[in-house]
Design a protein around this ligand. Structure first.
Ligand code: FUB
Length: 472
């Protein structure tokens, strides 16, 4: 076997990220494609890194892919690197262009589709790597898929076994795949470059393009297609810039969708799934998947990198459909989804509801992967963290990591509004016991232990307090 064609698993660190949104911490994980394999959710993101010297510093920079999995959508295991730019036989080993990927299962094999910069020529090609397990090892095909020039591949395997590939390049295109999943099924046509592109690369061979442009999509920039089937409806969903700088609208990406009765359209545009980010993060990129009877949307945002929107992190929310198949608009939350175990480290900054005065800040602005703290600034401030499972609690106390500059009192309660049965009460004393603005861990006895899954409420009764985490 060609050594170069073997995708090496350089390391297999298994670490869990017990967080809500963002779901993956420790590395940047953008463009999350979620798939259900073997009763688990696997996420195949692209992996943003800080550009090394010599690379454009304000642009995307990706040198490899990792895969993550979870059974509860709360704890994510990193299965390590599955493909690196040095191991793609046709790729530029210093291209740093491993943009949004996809992975699907067919006939006993896992097919991983990924964009990369080719060794020869310009732009992006899309390659395939195969494996016997969703975690790899993946073996790259020696050549990219002929006729696919672009980024953001998505593959839909229909109920009859026919697979379709969609990608972004000169709009959004789609095509049938052959049964081998590695070639387009259909004619390729020669692409003529407008302007002087051929003059810049006079020896470039003619470029062949396959598939067809997807019809019925709205005007405006579109990329990142994600196609799926639900019942008899096909959905083509995509990041879409509806804004127009000239009339003051937000010119960044929404997530939008179209529906059709046929996998390659024509499509009927239906509108927005998720509005633009409320910050300056230009991209969004998503996938939609059903897991244990609930549909979820995975997307990204620059949570750990607020002043650089090319380092992004994956998030997840629940998504719902109307009776006519249309999709209900989804709002971004820090809480995300999944039941949190009371015995794990809970991050109340990912609250599901809070009084208006509650605010969130990084614990350490020099190491943003440490996450956030939440501030309850005055008596009456409160927040609710939904869906905590208390069934595993055996200890008779609760722990919190807090800081306060003066006397403060706060309670952990059961419920979702600013009243609720007290579980534990905490006091930060003034004088020599005060944390004086330094983090400290406090313990308090449980006055009451909730049963099963319920909401956790934190209320401030005296002074002001910053909270990093809570654990029972
Ligand atoms: O991550 C690089 C590119 O940004 C993706 O391929 C696009 O979809 C956008 O998210």
């Amino acid at each position: 076997m060609n050594k170069q064609a073997i995708t090496l698993l350089f390391m297999l660190p298994v670490l869990t990220a017990g967080a809500q949104n963002p779901i993956i911490r420790g590395i940047y994980a953008a463009d999350p494609t979620a798939r259900v394999f073997n009763d688990k959710v696997y996420v195949y993101p692209s992996h943003d890194i800080m550009p090394p010297e010599g690379q454009r510093q304000d642009w995307f920079c990706m040198a490899d892919y990792h895969v993550f999995s979870s059974e509860n959508l709360t704890d994510w295991t990193d299965h390590g690197m599955i493909i690196s730019q040095e191991n793609v036989p046709w790729g530029n080993p210093e291209g740093y262009s491993m943009w949004a990927p996809d992975c699907v299962y067919k006939d006993g094999k896992y097919f991983f589709y990924f964009p990369d910069a080719p060794k020869e020529g310009r732009g992006f090609a899309i390659g395939v790597a195969t494996a016997d397990s969703p975690e790899g090892p993946f073996v790259c095909e020696p050549e990219p898929i002929k006729g696919v020039m672009g980024i953001d591949p998505c593959v839909l395997v229909d109920n009859d076994g026919q697979a379709y590939i969609y990608w972004s390049g000169m709009g959004i295109r789609g095509a049938k795949l052959k049964a081998n999943m590695k070639e387009l099924d259909g004619e390729l046509t020669e692409l003529r470059f407008p302007g002087n592109a051929n003059a810049q690369a006079p020896n470039m061979p003619p470029i062949l393009v396959g598939g067809q442009a997807m019809e019925g999509l709205p005007e405006g920039f579109k990329e990142g297609p994600f196609a799926f089937r639900r019942g008899d409806w096909y959905y083509l969903t995509f990041p879409w810039v509806r804004g127009d700088t000239s009339n003051g609208q937000n010119p960044t990406e929404t997530l939008a969708y179209s529906m059709s009765r046929s996998p390659l359209g024509p499509w009927d545009f239906k509108g927005i799934i998720m509005a633009e980010h409320d910050n300056t993060c230009w991209t969004n990129h998503h996938s939609i998947v059903e897991y244990k009877g609930q549909w979820y949307i995975f997307y990204h945002r620059n949570d750990y990198s607020p002043s650089d929107d090319k380092r992004r992190s994956a998030r997840v929310e629940k998504i719902a459909f109307n009776d006519d198949g249309t999709i209900q608009e989804v709002f971004q939350t820090k809480r995300g989804v999944g039941i949190s175990q009371a015995t794990s480290v809970l991050q109340p900054d990912r609250y599901s509801a809070a009084s208006d005065d509650v605010s969130v800040a990084y614990v350490d602005t020099l190491d943003r992967f440490q996450g956030w703290q939440v501030s309850l600034p005055k008596p009456g401030s409160w927040l609710c963290y939904s869906d905590v499972d208390f069934s595993g609690v055996t200890k008779g106390n609760a722990m919190v990591r807090v800081k306060a500059c003066a006397d403060a009192e706060f309670s952990l309660r059961e419920g979702s509004t600013n009243t609720g049965t007290v579980i534990a009460r905490f006091k930060v004393k003034g004088g020599k016991d005060a944390s004086k603005g330094e983090w400290m861990t406090l313990t308090a006895p449980l006055e009451y232990t909730p049963k099963g899954v319920t909401d956790l409420l934190i209320t401030c009764e005296l002074g002001a307090v910053d909270i990093d985490w809570v654990q029972f």
